[in-house]
Design a protein around this ligand. Sequence first.
Ligand SMILES: Cc1cc2nc3c(=O)[nH]c(=O)nc-3n(C[C@H](O)[C@H](O)[C@H](O)COP(=O)(O)OP(=O)(O)OC[C@H]3O[C@@H](n4cnc5c(N)ncnc54)[C@H](O)[C@@H]3O)c2cc1C
Length: 428
Amino acid sequence: MHKEAKSSYFDMPALDVSVAFPQATPASNFPPCTSDYYQLADLLTPEEQAIRMKVRECMEKEIAPIMTKYWEKAEFPFEIIPKFGALHIAGGTIKGYGCPGHSITGSAVAAAEVARVDASCSTFLLVHSSLAMLTIGLCGSEMQKEKYLPSLAEFDTVACWGLTEPDYGSDASGLGTTARKVEGGWILEGQKRWIGNSTFADILVIFARNTSTNQINGFIVKKDAPGLQCTKIENKIGLRIVQNGDILLKNVFVPDEDRLPGVNSFQDTNKVLAVSRVMVAWQPIGITMGVYDMCHRYLKERKQFGAPLAAFQINQQKLVQMLSNIQAMILVGWRLCKLHESDKLTHGHASLGKSWITLRARETVALGRELLGGNGILADFHVAKAFCDLEPIYTFEGTYDINTLVTGREITGLASFKPAPVRQKSRL
Ligand SMILES: Cc1cc2nc3c(=O)[nH]c(=O)nc-3n(C[C@H](O)[C@H](O)[C@H](O)COP(=O)(O)OP(=O)(O)OC[C@H]3O[C@@H](n4cnc5c(N)ncnc54)[C@H](O)[C@@H]3O)c2cc1C
């Protein structure tokens, strides 16, 4: 009897949040953009502004209503793939091969608009476009670009990008997966970890150490390659929609035609990372804009002590602090794009942008979480989801610390990544 009552209690469907809490509008009805206080549009070309508005409309109307349930279930919403295909944003800055050939600013503002509504969607897009497609675009042969890029640009196929390994995270240049030359191709052996999109990707860009040269090389591995195994990483607290995988490569044969000729050392991988770090820096910009927009609406709708929450000085101070952070983050992100467009972007610039923006973003989403009270921990009101999603972004594409050290190395000329070994015991 007792058991039955318990199970019927747990089986009860959850009350829709807009019925349970009609005092404020949930994120399925996404708030208007109030966070662009300094009017970024004035710094964009008409084409860049047009991409931005097109992506915003799609994200607010078509994606926002469905994301909370997928985030809660940690499942990938395959229904969004054709919508992304129609936006024609994959391949970003790549010219030709069916890619849009946008400016980096256009690509960055598009990524921010995706992240404003859902950071998992923007991560899915960035792994596919700014890591995997860009690697093929920058380091692939003419034949590889013609073969792979058009269907990736259309989202008829999906790609992932595998650098990190269980033993080599921040220290990715030391990676241990090997590539051994055999007749007609290469044999890959090793493990990868955290690889976004890998559980369903059609092609996997994989980095491995050439056993003859000891240098890092890049390979395109097909999803059905014998010896390849991908397993989903469960129980993440952020970017729950992104399907991150552990990859096992056991005697995987890759034909010569699928070795990327432009990846001959870790420096070549780093060229891709410098550009993708600019794109990743725009994710926290989009995330914090969405959080601010949600807080701005919520504080005007929800009343306590007979007044809207927006009327209290402490709440206004938090809103303004969030808004000022966002304006500064946008300007730094915009400047990164301009440095790239004028061929002046250095690794230090990109790393400083990514690390500083994620730091400010962490402060901003924490303020947003406070402002929503109890609903600040509920995915339905967006802020909690964004708060959790920012954590992995603070860590991937180089942690805050590693990006700081990249800039530190550039400005001092001294690398401080490896602790110096103590050579001998010092005598008193
Ligand atoms: C959700 C998610 C998605 C990801 N997607 C991908 C992907 O698609 N493809 C891919 O290849 N990788 C991916 N990654 C991997 C990501 O790039 C790594 O997690 C990141 O580089 C950090 O490596 P690590 O987790 O092994 O941390 P560790 O390297 O173990 O670092 C742990 C801590 O030590 C600090 N630390 C390490 N070395 C130093 C040092 N020299 N000086 C000071 N501090 C140091 C770090 O800053 C960090 O705080 C993803 C990760 C996550 C969480």
